[in-house]
Design a protein around this ligand. Structure first.
Ligand code: HEC
Ligand code: HEC
Ligand code: HEC
Ligand code: HEC
Length: 161
């Protein structure tokens, strides 16, 4: 009898281990919540034109440098308040933590507008990334008090690529 339980327990453990090692990550891979930030460099190989234009012309591509030059006059906690808008995916999965730990997402990149890109990078499917954008996608950072009169058209296609 106890041997039976032993076998059952072993089988159960095996199942659990397999589930934890394989089943869990796979079953979560396709879900919305699992999309993580990967950094603009990852987009370059397939979207060379957008990448080059962005790097060359968008101020966002230097947004970390712009807060860094002001760091001296700020307390650490104050400096951290800048991360929400001047880095990519701050406090979100795969997003910015610190310049040292996550240098690939320290500036505002493609994903501040298009959303976390991990799933799209895997599948290359257009529906796995945010393609058509609205003013809402900019509001988070270009908040109403910053943009007194929000001019949707020119702004929506500005500062990108
Ligand atoms: C995560 C925050 C964030 C989001 C979301 C965001 N921006 Fe920005 N944007 C910034 C920051 C920060 C700057 C200033 C960068 C700097 O100069 O340091 C900026 C600068 C700009 C500029 C200035 C000109 C330039 O050459 O870069 C334009 C235009 C702009 N953004 C357009 C947009 C539009 C359009 C959207 C939405 C589709 C958008 N942004 C979404 C943070 C954001
Ligand atoms: C709520 C979002 C948000 C926060 C928080 C924020 N910024 Fe910005 N910042 C922007 C946006 C958007 C711009 C682009 C100009 C604009 O629309 O006001 C900008 C522009 C700038 C610029 C001008 C860069 C240039 O083009 O020369 C500097 C410098 C700057 N921010 C520094 C800071 C610092 C330092 C902090 C933290 C104390 C900070 N910002 C916090 C959104 C933000
Ligand atoms: C400031 C916001 C913003 C940023 C940052 C941004 N994009 Fe876009 N992207 C847009 C907008 C707006 C469109 C046009 C969507 C539409 O027409 O509805 C677009 C369209 C696209 C398209 C579709 C083809 C095209 O050009 O219309 C691709 C691919 C793309 N972006 C890739 C990128 C890549 C790669 C990066 C980073 C190097 C990036 N984007 C950064 C706003 C942004
Ligand atoms: C391995 C190649 C590959 C990588 C890496 C890649 N993409 Fe794409 N992307 C594609 C393909 C293929 C399409 C579909 C092109 C088409 O339909 O014309 C696409 C389409 C898009 C579109 C348009 C979506 C739409 O609704 O039309 C956007 C935006 C985009 N990618 C952004 C990104 C961003 C941001 C990254 C980096 C996080 C990225 N891509 C990385 C291959 C890639």
């Amino acid at each position: 009898m106890s041997k039976m339980i032993g076998i059952k327990t072993t089988a159960c453990m095996l199942f659990l281990t397999t589930f934890l090692l394989w089943g869990w990550p796979i079953s979560q891979a396709g879900s919305e919540t699992e999309k993580t930030y990967v950094g603009s460099q990852t987009c370059q190989e397939c979207h060379e034109t957008e990448y080059e234009n962005f790097k060359t012309y968008a101020k966002k591509a230097h947004s970390y440098e712009h807060i860094k030059v002001m760091r001296k006059g700020l307390a650490e906690a104050e400096f951290r308040t800048c991360f929400e808008c001047h880095t990519t995916g701050y406090k979100k999965p795969g997003g910015f933590r610190s310049e040292h730990e996550t240098p690939h997402v320290k500036d505002c990149g493609c994903e501040v507008c298009h959303g976390p890109g991990s799933l799209h990078v895997e599948t290359n499917e257009p529906e796995d990334i945010k393609g058509s954008l609205t003013a809402k996608d900019c509001d988070v950072c270009h908040s109403a008090d910053r943009v007194a009169a929000f001019d949707y058209k020119p702004l929506i296609h500005g500062g990108a690529h």
